[in-house]
Design a protein around this ligand. Structure first.
Ligand code: PLP
Length: 405
């Protein structure tokens, strides 16, 4: 009998919806034309692209002409920042946060090496931004403020609509990486001051390898990938027709499923989280209110996240840890470090990210198996025994806010 799989790692990638596979299949079959061709056979695939654009525009409250199809969220993020810098060459300052996805963070770190000045805004112990600090950081020479809508590790939501207004008032372009937010929070771009927004198909039950960049009409834009005239000259390269059709279908489904994400999925996440918090010396990372409905980042003090993941994986449970193996040592993630989560807790952090495909039975399965895993690992941990003896358990939960180095 094949092993049961309980997939709770949807912020990493999500199951491709069967409806999306079905919508894509004809474009791997007899509808293989090039949408730029002059003949009717090629032209027949141009229309489905525009239909997909229309569906995504409806989900975002945007005009179809404001959307550019890209290869992924990373490409959208890189393109947005590059476009703002190239179209405002006199401005050499960029603002972002310390908790962005590497798609923005590493790009910005590279900008520093190229001579730009980048302000990496800190967050507090709950993973939240100080809005006065954001506003004060925006200067006359700030080309772009790029702040994520929702954090991929903690699910913490930033008030990007408010920050976009601040940026606009001071003449800076505002971009948001909404890769984790789309489909989970209502978005109506026409009512906001957001200039650019990135999203990715594979977090939305479409396949990996397709994304979207929204560019508000009137925003100055310079393409990142240059070549043919596709996407009205804003993103060259023959269109990935099946995947574009797939992300269009994903937008349609995401709109229809948004309510379920915010009711049934949220209730499942809360049940899971409350159950996990019953385990001794356990805490939630990130603000529990301003948060995505599907994400739960929990730290188990004095245990290695990687060991927990292996224990879970043996039972077919898929989640992720808040540490990354860098040069042979386990480093807590940059997000948890920026939040000032103590090492003893950051090392034992696990992220569960649910989707509409999860059931209550699966939550019960995780809750049944997690406590013995933690107990087993703590039983062999000398740190756990010492911390318990010294009365240090739970200390991580009470540490003060982030102190800037
Ligand atoms: N931004 C965020 C917040 C993400 O979570 C991810 C992927 O995990 C990305 C960007 C990158 O998206 P992609 O994998 O499509 O390049």
């Amino acid at each position: 009998m094949s092993q049961r799989v309980v997939y709770m790692d949807n912020n990493a990638t999500s199951q491709v919806a069967p409806e999306i596979v079905a919508a894509m299949l004809p474009f791997f079959g007899d509808k293989y034309g090039n949408p730029s061709s002059m003949h009717t056979f090629g032209g027949a695939v141009a229309r489905p692209i525009e239909e997909a654009r229309g569906k995504m525009a409806a989900l975002l409250g945007a005009a179809p002409g404001e959307l550019i199809f890209t290869s992924c969220g990373t490409e959208s993020d890189n393109t947005a920042i590059n476009a703002a810098l190239m179209s405002h060459p006199e401005k050499k300052h960029v603002i972002t946060t310390r908790v962005e996805h590497p798609a923005v963070l590493n790009y910005c770190q590279d900008l520093v090496r190229r001579g730009y000045e980048v302000t990496f805004l800190p967050v507090d112990r709950q993973g939240l931004l100080d809005l006065d600090r954001v506003e004060n950081a925006i200067r006359e020479d700030t080309a772009i403020v790029s702040i994520m809508w929702a954090n991929n590790e903690t699910g913490v939501i930033f008030p990007v609509e408010e920050i976009a207004r601040m940026a606009k008032a001071k003449g800076a372009v505002f971009h948001t990486d909404a890769v984790q937010a789309v489909g989970k929070v209502p978005i109506n771009l026409k009512d906001t001051a957001i200039d650019m927004l990135s999203l990715s198909g594979h977090k939305l039950h479409a396949p990996k390898g397709v994304g979207v960049l929204y560019v508000r009409k009137g925003t100055r834009f310079v393409p990142y990938i240059k070549g043919g005239h596709q996407e009205h000259g804003r993103r060259a390269g023959t269109e990935n027709v099946p995947y574009i059709v797939g992300i269009g279908k994903a937008a349609e489904l995401a709109g229809a499923n948004m309510k379920e994400e915010n009711t049934r999925v949220r209730a499942l996440r809360d049940k899971l989280e409350n159950g996990l918090l019953e385990v001794e010396a356990t805490m939630v990372n990130g603000d529990r209110e301003q948060r995505l409905p599907n994400t739960c980042s929990v730290s188990f003090e004095y245990v290695e996240g990687e060991s927990i993941l292996l224990g879970l994986s043996d039972l077919g449970i898929c989640a992720s840890s808040g540490s990354a193996c860098t040069s042979g040592s386990l480093e807590p993630s940059h997000v948890l470090r920026a939040m000032g989560v103590p090492f003893t807790a950051a090392h034992g952090s696990i992220r569960f990210s649910l989707s509409i495909y999860n059931s209550e039975d699966e939550v019960d399965y995780v809750l049944q198996h997690m406590p013995p895993i933690i107990e087993r690992l703590r039983a062999i941990s000398p740190f756990w025994a010492k911390a318990k003896k010294d009365g240090l358990l739970g200390a991580a939960c009470n540490t003060p806010g982030y102190v800037e180095p």
